[in-house]
Ligand binder design. Sequence first.
Ligand SMILES: NC(=O)C1=CN([C@@H]2O[C@H](COP(=O)(O)OP(=O)(O)OC[C@H]3O[C@@H](n4cnc5c(N)ncnc54)[C@H](OP(=O)(O)O)[C@@H]3O)[C@@H](O)[C@H]2O)C=CC1
Ligand SMILES: O=C([O-])CC(=O)C(=O)O
Length: 268
Amino acid sequence: MPAEHSTPRPRIAVLGYGAMGRYLLPRLAQQLPEAALALVLRGPADAPAGVTLLTGAKALLDWQPGLLVECAGHGAVREHAAPALRAGIDVLLTSVGVLADADLRAQLDDSARAGASRLITVSGAIGGLDALDAARGAGLHSVRYVGRKPPLAWSGTPAAEAFDLAVLREPVVIFSGSAGESARAYPKNANVTAAVALAGMGFEQTQVQLVADPGITRNCHALEVRGAFGEFRIELANAPLPENPKTSWLAALSLEAQIRGYFGTAVS
Ligand SMILES: NC(=O)C1=CN([C@@H]2O[C@H](COP(=O)(O)OP(=O)(O)OC[C@H]3O[C@@H](n4cnc5c(N)ncnc54)[C@H](OP(=O)(O)O)[C@@H]3O)[C@@H](O)[C@H]2O)C=CC1
Ligand SMILES: O=C([O-])CC(=O)C(=O)O
C-alpha cells in the first residue's frame, strides 16, 4: 500500500499590527482556515484568538513560518527581512520603498540566495505594473508618477515642516524628484514609487511628483508611461483604510490577493 502523504499546514507570520495588519489577519483566518497564523510584534500585547504572538526576531525564526508577510514599515524590514530570508522563509514586502537603498537590496538578494527563499513585492496601492514590466521589454522613454493625497495624509512627513497642512486651500506640490528620493523621504506614503521604479525604469529615472490636495478625500495615483510599445496612463482613486489615512485600502487588498496567489487559493 502506498504511503499516505499529508500536505503540511501553511505557517504564515504577519509582521505589524497597524491598519493593514488588523485588516489582514481576520481575512487570512477566514480565507486560509488551514493555516497556522502568527503575529510579530515589538513587545507584549494581546494576540487575536488563535494567533500565536511572537516578540522579536528570535521568536520569529524559532517559529519557522514558510511565509513572512511584512506590513510594518521600513525599520521592520531592515530588522527582520534578511535573517528571515537567510533562514529559508519567503518574505512578502509591503514597504517596498525600503528597496531604494541599493545596499539593502543587495543584502536581501544575497540572503534570499543563501536561504533558497524568495523576496516578493506587492503592487500595493498602484496598478498597471504588469503592463509597465511588459512594456520595458521594448525600451521605455519615460515613466512619470503623480501621487495626490488629502493634506492630513502627509502629516509626520517633510511636507508638514514646509507647509501648514491643516489650512491648505489649494493643492500644493510637496515633492518633485526621483522615485529613489521620494521613497526615502516619504517611507509611509511613497512605497508605490518604488514598486513603479522596480517594474520600469529604476529608482533614478522614474519621475515623481507628490501633491497635498485639500479638494480630495481619496489617495489618488496616476502613472504615465511612454516607450517603444506606445503609451499608457492609469489612474486610481483609492479609499483610505479608516485606521490610517496614509494607507489605501487597495494596498491591504493587494497584500491579501498576493497571499491568495502564493497559496493558490480562491477568493471566498
Ligand atoms: N506598497 C504600498 O502600496 C503601501 C505600503 N505601505 C507600507 O506598509 C506599512 C504598514 O502600513 P499601515 O499598516 O498602514 O501602517 P501603521 O502605521 O498603521 O502600522 C504599522 C504597524 O507596524 C508596527 N511596527 C513597526 N515596526 C515594527 C517592528 N519592528 N516589529 C513589529 N511591528 C512593528 C507599528 O507599531 P508602532 O505603532 O508601535 O510603531 C504599527 O503597529 C507602511 O509603513 C508602509 O511602509 C503602506 C501603504 C501602501
Ligand atoms: O497607500 C497608498 O495610497 C500609498 C502609500 O501610502 C505608499 O505608497 O506608501
